[in-house]
Design a protein around this ligand. Structure first.
Ligand code: MG
Length: 259
């Protein structure tokens, strides 16, 4: 049997280019990458944008005057899309741990936080794993999960991309809404140790206790297609169990070659 490992550009491909930017996605496409993971949130005026963090990240963000953000940065959910566009996210600040981790990342000054719609338009064939960034511990940081999921589906449909996206979230309220209303959309069910420990909160009331403490069994019971566990938490046994349940497994995030 030939085994293939699919290469997925995480946050675009942040090891190479500024994360979650049009400039980064475009250069990845030139390199031949056709699978991406990206993260989404919503602005104050309801625009679905591609960003990992609920607030602007001072490590990668400069204001219109070119100054690095400091202190408490504004929440994306509190900014209009126009206001968001005044920030430059094209480079990692020197002297930060993020810069050390991704020292090969090529800067691209002037890059902005993009709309999901504009990213989906970059390629008619690429696959996008879209992470809905909501957090049940912080309902005031983002749009509510159903509002965000609905808006993302609207953008995906307008782009004719429903067949080549996978939606995912640690906060399962969004994916469960998608499951109920759009069962044809592929989903990945993200987990990490913390969300398993506090599952009833993260999983919309579901407890792994009811599934013999098996996370793959919980995912399969959601009508899941893909389990997306933290890479350092998966074992041969849990992957075999997921495969036996008919699930694909997408571990995250593998940043080092040995891993
Ligand atoms: Mg993500």
């Amino acid at each position: 049997m030939t085994r293939q490992v699919e290469v997925i550009g995480h946050r675009g491909a942040r090891g190479l280019f500024p994360e979650n930017t049009i400039e980064g996605f475009r250069q990845c496409l030139v390199l031949g990458l056709r699978s991406f993971e990206l993260d989404v949130g919503m602005t104050a005026d309801g625009v679905v944008v591609v960003s990992h963090d609920p607030a602007l990240n001072p490590t990668i963000t400069r204001d219109a005057a070119g100054h690095w953000l400091s202190g408490t940065a504004p929440l994306i959910h509190h900014l209009t899309f126009d206001a968001l566009r005044s920030y430059d996210v094209g480079r990692i600040r020197l002297g930060t741990p993020y810069r050390t981790l991704f020292r090969a990342q090529k800067g691209c000054d002037g890059a902005r936080i993009p709309r999901l719609a504009d990213v989906l338009r970059l390629s008619a064939e690429a696959t996008f794993i879209i992470e809905l960034k909501t957090d049940p511990r912080h309902p005031d940081w983002t749009a509510d999960p159903v509002t965000l999921a609905r808006a993302v589906l609207g953008v995906v449909d307008a782009a004719g991309a429903a067949g080549r996206v996978i939606l995912e979230s640690f906060d399962w309220r969004g994916p469960r809404y998608v499951r109920r209303t759009r069962p044809e959309i592929r989903l990945a069910w993200l987990t990490r140790d913390e969300t398993v420990r506090d599952a009833t909160r993260w999983w919309d009331g579901i407890s792994p206790v009811d599934f013999g403490h098996s996370v793959p069994a919980v995912v399969a019971a959601q009508g899941g297609h893909i389990w997306a566990p933290a890479a350092d938490s998966v074992t041969r046994v849990s992957v075999a169990e997921a495969h036996a349940l008919g699930l694909g497994v997408i571990p995250w995030t593998v940043n080092r070659r040995a891993a």
